[in-house]
Structure formats: C-alpha cells, structure tokens
Design a binder for this molecule. Structure first.
Ligand code: ATP
Ligand code: MG
Length: 483
C-alpha cells in the first residue's frame, strides 16, 4: 500500500523523506535558536497553499507580523496562509495582577484552546504548523498534563484531517523526549560553526535517508542537499571504449578509456592535463554526448581562450549544449551540495563525462571534511550511472621522483595516465604514459606528446628510453624512434 505523501515544499527534504510527509500525521521539527524551524514551517504551509489546501499557522511565540515580514523577505507569499496569533501581547505584562487566585497556566489555557478550536473548525485546514509547542509546556501545570494536552491537541487536529508540523526548542537543559515519542516523525535541525545540517531519526511507516544532510538558508528560503546515496541509484549502460580521437593515444590505452570508469590525469603544472581531458570531451561532443568540467582554479574565460587556441572548439561545444564549464568558488559548497549539482547534471542533463579540475582545488573548495571518502562516494555514484570520470591531479615535482598523486586517491582510479617533462639531450620535452588500467592491457612505454595549435600530437613509443620514471631518462642507443 502506498500512503499519500505531502510535499514539504523543499525538494531535497522531500527526497530525504522518500517523497514527503505522510498525510494526516504529526511531525516534530526540533532544534536550537535560529536553526530554521520557522522557515521550514513556512515552506510546508506555502506548499499547501500552492496546492489549494487551507493552511494554518498557530504562533505561540513569535508575533505574527514579524513572521510575515521575515517570510516576505525570503520570498514567501504569506497572504493566503491563515495565522492565529497566540503569542503573548503587551497587555499580558500590564494585566499580570489578574493571576492572584488561579495559576497563570490555568487562566491562559482555556482561552488559548478555545481560539485554536474555533480557527480549526472554521478553516478546516489541511496543513497546520504549531510554532512552537514548547510554549504549550508553560500552559500546563506539570509534564503529565503537558503530554496529555499535546496528545489530545494533535489528535484533535488529525481528526480534522490535517497534517501537522510542530516545532520544539530543544536543548540539553530542556529535553523534549516526550514530544519525540508522541510524534510520527522527528526532524532535527543543527546549526554549528561548520554549517547547517538536517537529519531524521524517526519516520513512522516510511524509509528515509539517514545521516546528516547539508542545509542552507538562502534569500529564497531553505535548500537541502541530501547526502549522496551510491547504492540506490544505478543505471544500465554498455561497457564500451570511448576514444580520445587521437589514434596514437588510443593505441597507448589499447583502445581508449572505458565508459563508467575513473581516470586520473596526473602531472606537474602546465603539462597539458586539462587539455588532454578536454580532448576526450571534444570527441564525445562529436558523438552528441554532453560533458561537464568543474573548474576549481581556472576561470571560464581563460579555459575557453586556451582551448580554442589548441584546436578544441570549446565555444561551439558550449553553445551546442555538449559542454558545460562550471566554476566552483573556494569554500562555497559542502560535499553534499556539490554532489547534488553533479547529480543534477547526470540525471537531468544526461551528462556522460564529468571532469574535476583539479582534485586539490576540490579539496580546498570543500573545506575540512575527508577528501578521499567523499570523492570515492562521488566517483562510485558516477560509475553506477555509467558516467566517465576524469580527475585532474597536479603533482608538485616538475621532474625527479615519480608519484602518481600526493593526495592518496590513486586507489579510486581505474586508469592512471601521467604526463611529465623529460630532459632529452638538454631539451625539455613532454611525455605521456599509462601507469594503471584496470579493464585492459596498455602500452608500457612512454610517448612524446606535444600540444600545438592543430591539437594534441603524440609520437611513436619511446622504446629505447630507460629509467622513464626518473627525471633524466637515458637512451640505450640513438635511433629514429626519438622523433
Ligand atoms: N535571507 C537570509 N539569508 C540567509 N539566512 C537567513 C536569511 N533569513 C534568515 N536567515 C537565517 O535563518 C535563521 C532564522 O530561521 P528561523 O526563524 O526559521 O529559526 P527558528 O529555528 O525558528 O528560530 P527560533 O528558535 O528563534 O524560533 C536566522 O537566524 C538566519 O540565520
Ligand atoms: Mg521560530
């Protein structure tokens, strides 16, 4: 049986909830001050309004005028939402002497309850937000009373066919375990120096994506980027070789690189890694396939100008929709958010080749968190989707001792192609070689590589070269293979 779902009004949040809230149930949204409870509630009610469902906001703390003003700044159209303002008015302060005989809780509860009943009976809301339930605690004389009151309040709303979201100001000093037990689902909002997160610990009658997901409050409200799920997503694809379009390079790779694999292009600065990656994209564009480059260091303009100059028609590729160049600013995104951008490219735009230029830039951009495990998860996802991944890796050494990467990510790669400078007879030249290829054999010799205005050119295998992984290889004997 499929239970009817209600959108929360936040795309990523719906995804974590496997499609949204189950209708006619009650959900707790809890978190510290300023973590986004009210905004999340406004999304929920607005989604109801755009679905022509009467929606009711019961405010017990924040004055309604303020909620409307703040909501309008975030782009919410609050006009269609019905507000019930039960926040304490200024009169409360001046009339406080009326509480001589009865306790404040007893005096306040009766009219509060009455106004809620009246609103619900006249509006018949499909969605109700109670912000925050914590205030209710002070209208009850003890915990037992509170629990009983809340339960019967929620039952009353559910009987009226509403789906309920209620917030709670949680803290270590004032635990809200009772509310967590009562609710059909518990959503936690976290706000820390590292950023905002959302997580779910309980969702009766449904699966959900566990763990912490990135949350951001923007000028358009809340955006949620679900954690990348590698297991669930899978797409059938044909394991085939994709050609570089350069016969000598394909020979070096024994046919090209396979679809759905991860290739690391490694080498020192300026040796031609990005251009080489683009060469595969140029060839893919010829087949009508789409690629995307996430550039972390280089601006789009220089990339375009540079590529045009070496016969890669990047301008036309972009215009035809076969290529997208996305510049990612440092410290701008979390891993989850970046992974969601990539997902969008692959799932909506049908992108087949994804290049990250460079891994070090990616690491800097997503500060703090563990690079290898996030990159691994992203690559696994892309492989499952049949996308080909190119990771550009910059090595520090120009010549000398050889290391595939300095970032401990070699294990992620199916293929490692390296580019390097060689000093041959006192001249600086560039060479290309393959270090690893999981799905096929490959040429074990280096080839000379040159980037000219006609494009990338590779020479014949440098068969007489010894000590090729050192900076100063030696010729066994001089012959015509050198050119
Ligand atoms: N335009 C905006 N851009 C970025 N962040 C914003 C914007 N407007 C609000 N915020 C953030 O949202 C927070 C307020 O969210 P909200 O009112 O939903 O929190 P809350 O959990 O309901 O807080 P409280 O416990 O005080 O009721 C602000 O503290 C601020 O950090
Ligand atoms: Mg609030």
């Amino acid at each position: 049986m499929n239970l009817a779902r209600l959108s929360t009004g936040i795309i990523g949040f719906d995804e974590i909830l496997n499609g949204g809230f189950i209708s006619k149930r009650a959900y707790l949204v809890r978190g510290g001050p300023g973590c986004g409870k009210t905004i999340l509630g406004l999304h929920f009610l607005s989604a109801g309004i755009s679905n022509s469902e009467p929606s009711l906001y019961i405010s017990l703390g924040e004055p309604v005028e303020q909620i409307k003003t703040n909501g309008a700044m975030l782009g919410f159209d609050t006009k269609a939402i019905t507000f019930l303002d039960l926040s304490p008015s200024a009169d409360f302060f001046t009339e406080v002497q009326t509480y001589d005989i009865f306790s404040p809780a007893e005096v306040e509860r009766e009219p509060t309850t009455q106004r809620i009943i009246e609103s619900v009976e006249s509006l018949k809301p499909k969605r109700v937000l109670i912000d925050s339930m914590t205030q209710f605690r002070y209208l009850c004389t003890d915990d037992f009373q509170f629990r009983k009151q809340v339960l019967s309040f929620i039952r009353f709303l559910l009987n009226a066919d509403a789906t309920v979201v209620f917030t709670s100001e949680s803290s270590a000093e004032a635990p809200d375990d009772d509310l967590q037990f009562i609710s059909d689902g518990v959503i936690h909002l976290h706000n820390s120096l590292e950023g905002r997160n959302i997580s779910i610990t309980k969702f009766r009658g449904s699966d959900f994506i566990a763990g912490l997901h990135s949350l951001r409050v923007t000028s358009q409200g809340i955006k949620v980027a679900p954690k990348l799920q590698t297991k669930l997503l899978k797409q059938e694809f044909i394991l085939e070789n994709i050609s570089s379009g350069i016969p000598e390079l394909d020979e070096l790779l024994h046919g090209g690189i396979e679809r759905g694999t991860v290739t690391i292009l490694t080498g020192p600065t300026g040796v031609g890694k990005t251009t080489l990656g683009l060469q595969f994209m140029k060839e893919a564009a010829g087949r009508g396939e789409r690629s995307v480059i996430y550039t972390f260091e280089e601006g789009e303009e220089t990339l375009v100008a540079r590529s045009q100059a070496v016969n890669i028609p990047i301008h036309a590729m972009i215009t035809n929709g076969n290529l997208s160049v996305v510049r990612v600013e440092p410290l701008h995104l979390t891993h989850d958010e970046f992974a969601n951008q990539v997902r969008h490219e692959v799932e909506e735009n049908k992108t087949r080749i994804v290049m990250i230029d460079s891994v070090a830039g990616y690491r800097l951009a997503m500060s703090g968190a563990d690079l290898a495990s996030h990159l691994h998860a992203l690559c696994k996802y892309l492989q499952n989707m049949g996308a080909t991944v190119i990771l550009v890796n910059e090595t520090e050494n120009i010549t000398g001792d050889f290391r595939a990467t300095e970032l401990g990510i070699s294990y992620i790669a199916d293929n490692i192609i390296f580019l390097r400078y060689l000093e041959i007879y006192g001249e600086m030249q560039k060479a290309i070689g393959v270090l690893k290829k999981r799905l096929s054999n490959f040429e074990k010799t280096l080839r000379e590589i040159e980037i000219t205005r006609y494009g990338i050119k590779l020479g014949k295998p440098l068969v007489n070269l010894r000590k090729i992984l050192s900076g100063t290889p030696e010729w066994v004997e001089k012959n015509d293979n050198t050119k």
